[in-house]
Design a protein around this ligand. Structure first.
Ligand SMILES: Cc1cc2nc3c(=O)[nH]c(=O)nc-3n(C[C@H](O)[C@H](O)[C@H](O)COP(=O)(O)OP(=O)(O)OC[C@H]3O[C@@H](n4cnc5c(N)ncnc54)[C@H](O)[C@@H]3O)c2cc1C
Length: 333
């Protein structure tokens, strides 16, 4: 599925929907499941997940400034979110937003809550569309959103108050793995596209594939690819067998999040170099695979954060002490 840029869209298995589906299954009320989960599973609509904010370092969720304040029987959302994937798609009917409901709670990690919002609300506006390295990312177009005193009922709360961070951690675990799987699929396609070209391109009277420096590079590329594949399979197996709340699962997914996009970026860069100028044009998939590698290094928490995470897990079992239970969700603070 990942070898196609839009295969996951066709199979209704893409970001941020898969994570949103997971959250709704995990924490949605019966009414929420009927109204939001069902059409999402049927592929009848799309949904956004709005967490990141332009003005604060969003790798740290305690920085988010959007407020969701209790008013009467409901809540008022005030703030802005950006890098919101999918918001430009007309099929995007609703979304999940994270905002601060509690100030000065016991821990800064329990101040944020998730809410479901309908995109068609008059006080929700797309301030501007965003491109990614020059791409409009259709049909998944990103955007910056304004929530200008958006009133929502208390029934729109997803999960428990203060549980947003812990719930998002659960959502992102599978999401990170999916991103890496899809990226590796695209990277395979880049390699195969290069291999095909190597059979018909001539340099100094020889086919490119017969050149020893080319062969050496292909060997290195293939080894790196196989390392990625094995790491992903390993993480998927651990996650499948131990579940998302086990320390080994958190560690394995962070390892993948650090290693795969980095290696894929290198592989795709090498592929483009060996392919020649056409590799950076939109004629071929290689530049999309390169762009996707760069994006995955940043999304769902940048690699640097996950390197630290891996280090903390590697340094010892004392990490168990830092896994805390927030309203029934296990969070690794
Ligand atoms: C293509 C794409 C799609 C996205 N889609 C969505 C979406 O749908 N919804 C959404 O909410 N967000 C989305 N994001 C945003 C993404 O999750 C954030 O960009 C990411 O969390 C990083 O936040 P930031 O950009 O504010 O970087 P910052 O937090 O400002 O970090 C900048 C850099 O500082 C370094 N850094 C940060 N923290 C640490 C640390 N703890 N230790 C060491 N170094 C550190 C890293 O090098 C990092 O790249 C998307 C991003 C991309 C690229």
């Amino acid at each position: 599925m990942g070898t196609s840029y839009f295969g996951h869209q066709i199979f209704n298995c893409y970001a941020p929907e898969t994570g949103n589906i997971k959250l709704l299954i995990m924490a949605g009320t019966d009414q929420q499941k009927e109204k939001y989960l069902k059409p999402l599973l049927e592929g009848e609509c799309k949904a956004f997940f709005a967490m990141t904010e332009r003005n604060v370092a969003s790798s740290d969720p305690t920085n988010f400034e959007t407020t969701i304040t209790k008013q009467g029987d409901g809540y008022i959302i005030k703030g802005s979110k950006w890098m919101v994937t999918g918001i430009q798609d007309p099929r995007c009917k609703f979304g999940i937003i994270m905002g601060k409901t509690t100030v000065n709670s016991k821990s800064p990690f329990t101040e944020q809550t998730l809410f479901l919002v309908d995109t068609q609300h008059p006080n929700i506006k797309i301030l501007k569309p965003l491109s990614v390295l020059g791409y409009d990312e259709a049909p998944n177009g990103l955007g910056e959103m304004i929530f200008d005193n958006v009133y929502i009922s208390k029934e729109q709360m997803l999960g428990k108050e203060g549980a947003a961070f812990a719930m998002s951690q659960g959502r992102l675990l599978g999401g990170r793995l999916h991103h890496c799987v899809r990226l590796l699929g695209l990277t395979r396609r880049s390699i195969d596209t290069l291999l095909e070209r190597g059979q018909r391109r001539y340099h100094e009277g020889k086919k490119q594939k017969e050149d020893t420096s080319y062969q050496e590079k292909i060997g290195k590329i293939e080894c790196e690819y196989q390392i990625c594949k094995t790491m992903i399979l390993n993480a998927a197996m651990i996650l499948d067998s131990l579940g998302g709340r086990h320390m080994q699962s958190l560690k394995a997914v962070s390892e993948v999040k650090v290693a795969i996009p980095n290696k894929c970026q290198w592989i795709n860069d090498e592929c483009i170099q060996l392919f020649g100028a056409q590799g950076i044009t939109t004629d071929y998939i290689l530049q999309i695979a390169f762009q996707a590698s760069k994006s995955v290094r940043l999304m769902d928490g940048p690699c640097e954060l996950h390197k630290k995470q891996v280090a903390r897990f590697t340094q010892g079992s004392h990490m168990f002490n830092e896994l805390v239970n927030v309203n029934g969700y296990i969070a690794n603070l």
